[in-house]
Design a protein around this ligand. Structure first.
Ligand code: TRP
Ligand code: SF4
Length: 400
């Protein structure tokens, strides 16, 4: 019933590195061409774990946005904004908190995991428990149906689906729903109405998913329906409530796992990163001094790429010929490690040169980024306000 829409967010907790580029941003860049996309800076989410050091967040916000732009996220295609500048997220979070069972939040795996992992911080706070619910509000407020996330975030999308379902069940029951829905069916015209009932029966009695899909297609084609009737007809297909909030789906990012300089996953906490817009000299030095197969003590010792983190970089950055050259040269001690690293250095620098160039105007004139965000916040806010109108009304909060 609602247009397809992609939404994703990132916490501003420091400079972005190549892991973010290959794991997340490249995917966003691809998606922005296919769908209407909203990408936002999740500054409130960053506060749930960094409430004692908010400076880091403040410092990271604009730099992170420049990194996004450098990676090719395009403000003329996607809407970019900052979470805290759309306060409706907080209102929806509060309202959802009224009906979200405590147990749902306590059972989210990241809750205990993160508390253990960040044991130097006291994360037994109200805000941290609510982290996934705030994320639900982020998603539901835009009626986004697609949420690109990494595997660790899938439980958060899952709880969002449950929250949406519960919300629709609790607040989507308007008095006389059944009658209103039947009136709306008539407006489809007799032929379509008959088909609608037939498909509804097939879905409700036989659980036929294809019948549901066909019915959705039928409603999409029906031009003369009001917003309200359209929602009723979608809700009536599945049960007896209006669909006020839309259940989203996780879009799992199947990105290549970006190795760090030591062969482990690239991550700030391992100190094995190359920053997105790092100086070429510094990048060159980092790769030159990277660990290689420990068996290659002398230049004449043969090695095994499978035991070398540099090989993992070749897997991401090199073509077949170069990889072949590495495999043969390493195993036969035909090439040295410095020689082997050069194509990687060249490829990383080339990738970064493009990004630095894209970033240049924004670094020189920060007001450009401020304007992009002002624009994005305004657009996001309009969408958020539309949803909040429906939410307030269905919860009985639109007194007049
Ligand atoms: N929790 C996400 C992360 O740590 C960030 C995030 C916040 C998010 N709100 C979101 C991602 C909504 C997708 C949709 O990566
Ligand atoms: Fe690693 Fe290349 Fe050296 Fe082999 S030659 S150990 S793959 S850096």
């Amino acid at each position: 019933m609602y247009a397809e829409r992609v939404l994703s967010g990132m916490r501003p907790t420091g400079r972005l590195h190549l892991g973010h580029y290959h794991g997340v941003l490249k995917n966003w860049v691809r998606l922005q061409e296919e769908y209407p996309c909203l990408f936002f800076v999740a500054d409130w989410h960053a506060l749930t774990t960094n409430y004692d050091s908010p400076q880091v967040i403040e410092e990271s916000v604009w730099d992170m946005l420049i990194d996004w732009l450098a990676a090719g996220v395009d403000p003329s295609q996607a809407t970019l904004f900052i979470q805290s500048r759309v306060p409706e997220h907080a209102e929806l979070h509060l309202l959802l908190s009224m009906m979200c069972p405590l147990g749902w939040l306590e059972r989210v795996p990241t809750y205990k995991d993160q508390q253990e992992k960040l044991s130097n911080k006291d994360l037994s706070t109200y805000g941290f428990l609510g982290y996934p619910l705030l994320q639900s509000a982020d998603i539901l407020i835009y009626r986004a149906d697609k949420v690109p996330v990494g595997e660790d975030q899938v439980p958060h999308v899952e709880i969002t689906r449950e929250v949406a379902r519960r919300f629709n069940h609790l607040y989507g029951r308007e008095p006389g729903f059944e009658e209103k829905a039947q009136e709306a069916v008539k407006k489809l015209g007799s032929k379509r109405a008959r088909l609608y009932y037939e498909l509804r029966t097939r879905f409700q009695q036989e659980g036929e998913e294809t019948a549901l899909e066909r019915a959705h297609a039928l409603l999409e084609e029906a031009q003369n329906l009001s917003m309200g009737d359209r929602e009723r007809l979608y809700g009536y297909l599945e049960g007896s409530s209006k669909m006020i909030l839309v259940e989203p789906e996780a879009l799992l990012t199947h990105a290549a796992r970006m190795p760090g300089l030591d062969g482990q996953k690239m991550s700030k906490s391992y100190g094995n990163t190359i920053f997105l817009r790092e100086e070429p000299e510094s990048v060159t030095k980092k790769i030159r001094t990277m660990q290689t197969d420990p068996a290659r003590v002398r230049r004449t010792d043969p090695g095994d790429p499978a035991k070398c983190p540099v090989w993992q970089f070749h897997e991401i950055y090199s073509d077949d010929d170069t990889r072949d050259w590495v495999q043969k040269g390493c195993r036969s001690a035909g090439i040295g490690c410095i020689e082997c690293k050069q194509p990687v250095i060249d490829a990383v620098l080339k990738e970064q040169a493009v990004m630095r160039e894209r970033a240049q105007p924004y670094v020189e004139d920060p007001s450009l980024v401020r304007n992009i965000i002002a624009d994005g916040c305004e657009r996001a806010r309009k969408l958020a306000q539309e949803t909040m109108r429906d939410v307030r009304e269905s919860m009985g909060l639109s007194y007049s």
